[in-house]
Design a binder for this molecule. Structure first.
Ligand SMILES: CC(C)(COP(=O)(O)OP(=O)(O)OC[C@H]1O[C@@H](n2cnc3c(N)ncnc32)[C@H](O)[C@@H]1OP(=O)(O)O)[C@@H](O)C(=O)NCCC(=O)NCCS
Length: 231
């Protein structure tokens, strides 16, 4: 049982729209301090949200939690209805990241440090099979439920001042409902082995480990099979 008084926040959950793009990008910069998306700068984040969620070729769905009282943004969930085998969790694509990196790296020592850590992680995963991220292929091997029937959660984040209530939980249930409407039969996502908070919220909405025995990956896959609702 949670060892804190869980607060209840009356919220609405809405789709990202053009008028919410700037406030969401600024909120994300505050909430995900230190994440590579944020180190690449606000312009990069805005471009990524517009490209991935609002443009004609959008491949991501973004649902935002807003307080009913004052329409304050307090969290969002980013998902990919048609994930690829090597689906990354990043909002910012490699191409977009490289375009902004070549300008920002000269003025951001933190970005230098991030790139170094990133390369070390990749080398460890590639040559020593340690760390790294579990791949979607974990499913393909199981039952091939990858052909457009699996929806992938790329990001779930709640403003630190509004956690331990219901927002993460409600965003995950909402994401599941949206996925069902898109005829998904499974929802899944990667979670860091040390991120117990996220693992607990995922488990609370019925997610389970995809490869319980896996001890290699820093980020392991969790998922939930969605029962098909009667017509
Ligand atoms: C992980 C994160 C999204 C959780 O969001 P949150 O808003 O704090 O979580 P909630 O308030 O919804 O859940 C808090 C608890 O209430 C429970 N809960 C919430 N609503 C509930 C409900 N309606 N019924 C039953 N339980 C409920 C949750 O299961 C959780 O239980 P626990 O404390 O026993 O684990 C948040 O901590 C965060 O943004 N972390 C940083 C970013 C991150 O790590 N994202 C995940 C990447 S994989």
């Amino acid at each position: 049982m949670a060892v804190y008084d869980r607060k209840l926040y009356p919220i609405d959950i809405v789709d990202l729209s053009e008028d919410l793009l700037d406030p969401l990008s600024r909120a994300f910069s505050r909430w995900w301090e230190g994440g590579v998306d944020v180190l690449l700068g606000l312009a990069c984040i805005k471009e990524a949200f517009r490209q991935r969620c609002l443009s004609a070729g959008a491949d991501m769905a973004c649902r935002i939690a807003m307080l009913k009282a004052d329409r304050r943004m307090v969290g969002f969930c980013l998902s990919v209805p048609q994930p690829k085998m090597n689906q990354s969790s990043a909002l910012v694509t490699h191409a977009l990241a490289l375009r902004h990196l070549k300008w920002r790296i000269w003025t951001s020592p933190r970005l230098w440090r991030y790139v170094n850590r990133f390369l070390v992680r990749r080398i460890k995963a590639r040559f020593f099979g340690r760390g790294g991220k579990e791949q979607m292929s974990a499913f393909a091997a199981q039952d091939g439920l990858l052909d457009g029937k699996t929806e992938y959660v790329a990001q779930l984040i709640v403003d630190a001042d509004y956690r331990f209530g219901n927002i993460g939980f409600d965003l995950m249930l909402d994401m599941e409902e949206q996925a069902r409407r898109r005829s998904a039969r499974r929802v899944c996502g990667l979670v860091n082995r040390n991120n117990i908070r996220a693992q607990r919220v995922y488990a609370a909405v019925g997610w389970k480990r995809t490869s319980p025995g896996d001890t290699n990956h820093d980020h392991f896959m969790m998922h939930k099979d969605l029962e098909v609702l009667p017509e």
